[in-house]
Design a protein around this ligand. Sequence first.
Ligand SMILES: *Cc1c(COP(=O)(O)O)cnc(C)c1O
Length: 229
Amino acid sequence: MQISESIAVIQQKIKEAQSRSPYAADNVLLLAVSKTRSVDMIQQAMAAGLRDFGENKVQEWMGKYESLPQVNWHLIGHLQTNKVKYVIGKTKLIHSLDSLPLATEIEKRSQQAQVETDVLVQVNIAEEDSKSGLLVPELPGFLEKMADFPHVKVKGLMTIGPNVTDLNQIRPVFAELRGLFLQEKARALPHCVWQYLSMGMSYDYPIAVEEGANIVRVGSSIFGPRVYS
Ligand SMILES: *Cc1c(COP(=O)(O)O)cnc(C)c1O
């Protein structure tokens, strides 16, 4: 399938999921995960109307950023503190804030550059060792501490579903993140804005939309299987 056709299919499936569920958001952003993809493929997705792209490796992303600075770039992978200096001022949203040292570095670099950096806090609900992110009990205290980081703007939460084929095991993870999101929204910490709930990938984005995601991060369903060299 052409990239443009794949995007149309996904947008239709997102609409159907929205109409099936009382929890679904009115507007869902399709974030195209372009890791391992060429600038040419990204441009094909842009021609089909997409403006938001996600990358997980800073070094790989830098070259694409030079070619396509007008894109809304999202960083979705674990971010090492020593890479922060390369990304500040270039991201629309960092989805993977998961530690105080990382927040400290984002704060320092953002202050130097006189920008505010929008971030999501990544939560490891599935509790798989391979995933980064805060554990659920750590989240409330972590969000309180973010008051000390005025250039780091928390805009919501992100999670990665468990790596299983049974969608019935994935749904409760997404439902739990929605619950945490609503709980924190109700707590109304003055320095946080409860705007984005980022969950769902190629395999499970319809479920994520049903459970309230308003950003889905989709790679292989748009661009085809990834080939790592
Ligand atoms: C790679 C990746 C995705 C997209 O995965 P697909 O299965 O190709 O849709 C989404 N989120 C994160 C954090 C990723 O690393």
